[in-house]
Design a protein around this ligand. Structure first.
Ligand code: UD1
Length: 419
């Protein structure tokens, strides 16, 4: 197991290229199960979660072959299994999104329930209600969701809240169902839109992806396709927070401006100057940082996956910021570690008040999840002296070559084996 050692204080400067979106890639890979023909996916980030998804697919009989650094070919000629085992679902919750494709292609699925995780309870009731609405018989046995359906039948599905995973699961299940499915209160995240584009390239008939109402007209079969994954807006926001926290000047190539509205507005309020440039954006922070109010919301609101990075940034703002987390009930685990580095943060329920500017001093810290780890990296880059972030495997799940990208921007960061 590795850790990251950061000697803070260096402003980030230069040009960095984004990788493909992790959260778009994973469900797109699972869509390969829906056809016997090969699918080719480009701009796939090299991440631990992608390796986990390849393992999951391998267990089902899906052949995976890298055709280039970031180009993956998957083919589910014939399914030899219908299970997403606990060992994989517990390390990567997104595996649960295999439920829909397995049911649609083979008529049965046995998918482990994920259990709670570091950031909250994260139930899967909406996924289950969705496939039930499409006619699947579902029971919970031995910690697994077992579902059967000779052929799914299109239906109206209303989501209590716009869950990203549930929307993706139902969307994939509905592509091969008989008749029309309407998902109401669907998630509008750009990653759902990217999955819908992949499915459309495979022959699915989908309208409304990116809005609250998605309609799917089921087809008899899907075919092979080629698709290029959208750039990672969360990686973009993470690098923007790091640039702003260090008083840097960074050009982020590939930054999807249209997907970053809330992030650009909030970083702008805090004192980042963001301008579109050819093929991406530039973020400069010359003056002092200002405190802001921030509330995480479903897209197009401010993403919960950038809350930890913003909290780290706001420890450097002059005044009191208020952060409210509305998506996950337990997503302030990074705050205690930031406090150990010298931050002034008071939490009550889902709200955190961050008073700055704090002189952060390096400390050994560790995080409980992917985005919290990135928050600690941002803090370490802004801190005096040395910060060691352990449990780097969290970062490897979702950030490709993070240490190399940050080092190329002038950060003094190295990866070393755990002491
Ligand atoms: C996805 C993202 C994750 C991001 C999250 C919210 C992937 C692989 N992961 O996770 O990075 O933080 O969206 O933007 O894309 N809920 C229920 N019942 C359900 C499903 C969800 O109550 O059946 C609740 C959750 O507990 C949570 C909220 O809905 O409070 C949003 O969760 P959801 O959108 O499902 O997140 P994920 O798809 O798991």
């Amino acid at each position: 197991m590795d850790r990251m050692i950061i000697h803070g204080g260096a402003p980030l400067r230069g040009v960095v290229e984004l990788s493909g979106s992790k959260n778009a890639t994973l469900p797109i890979m699972m869509a390969a199960v829906l056809t016997a023909e090969p699918v080719i996916i480009r701009n796939v980030p090299r991440l631990r979660d992608v390796a986990t998804a390849i393992e999951l697919l391998g267990g089902l009989g899906v052949a995976a072959r890298w055709r280039g650094d970031h180009e993956l070919e998957l083919q589910a000629r014939e399914l030899i299994g219908h299970e997403a085992p606990y060992e994989l679902v517990k390390t990567m919750r997104a595996s649960f999104v295999m439920l829909g494709p397995l049911l649609a292609r083979g008529g049965r699925a046995r998918v482990s329930t994920p259990g709670g995780c570091a950031i909250g309870a994260r139930p899967v009731n909406l996924h289950i209600a969705g496939v039930r609405a499409l006619g699947a018989r579902v029971q919970l046995r031995n910690g697994y969701v077992e579902a059967h359906a000779a052929r799914l039948v299109g239906a109206r599905v209303w989501l209590d809240n716009p869950s990203v995973g549930a929307t993706e699961n139902i969307l994939m299940a509905a592509t091969l169902a008989r008749g029309r499915t309407v998902i109401e209160n669907a998630a509008r995240e750009p990653e759902v839109g990217d999955l819908a584009r992949m499915l459309a390239a495979m022959g699915a008939r989908i309208t409304g992806a990116g809005t609250h109402v998605i309609e799917i007209e089921g087809v008899e079969r899907l075919h092979g396709a080629e698709h290029s994954v959208i750039p990672d807006r969360i990686e973009a926001g993470s690098l923007m927070a790091a640039a702003a926290a260090t008083g840097g000047d960074v050009i982020i190539r590939g930054a999807p401006l249209q997907d970053l509205d809330a992030v650009i507005v909030k970083l702008g309020e805090a004192g980042g100057e963001i301008t579109p440039v050819e093929g991406g954006l530039r973020i400069v922070r010359a003056g002092t940082l200002r405190p802001i109010e921030l509330r995480t919301l479903p897209y197009p609101g401010f993403p919960t996956d950038l809350q930890a990075q913003m909290m780290a940034l706001l420890t450097q703002a002059h005044g009191a910021s208020v952060i409210t987390e509305t998506i996950f009930e337990n997503r302030f685990m990074h705050a205690q570690e930031l406090i150990r580095m010298g931050a002034d943060i008071v939490m009550k329920g889902s709200t955190a008040v961050v008073r700055g500017p704090s002189r952060l001093s390096g400390a050994p810290v560790m995080a409980t999840d992917l985005r919290a780890s990135m928050g600690l990296i941002v803090a370490g880059l802004a801190a005096e002296n040395t910060t060691t972030v352990s449990r780097v495997y969290h970062l490897d799940r979702g950030y490709e070559a993070l240490d190399r990208k940050l080092a190329a921007l002038g950060a003094r960061i190295e990866r070393a084996p755990e002491a």
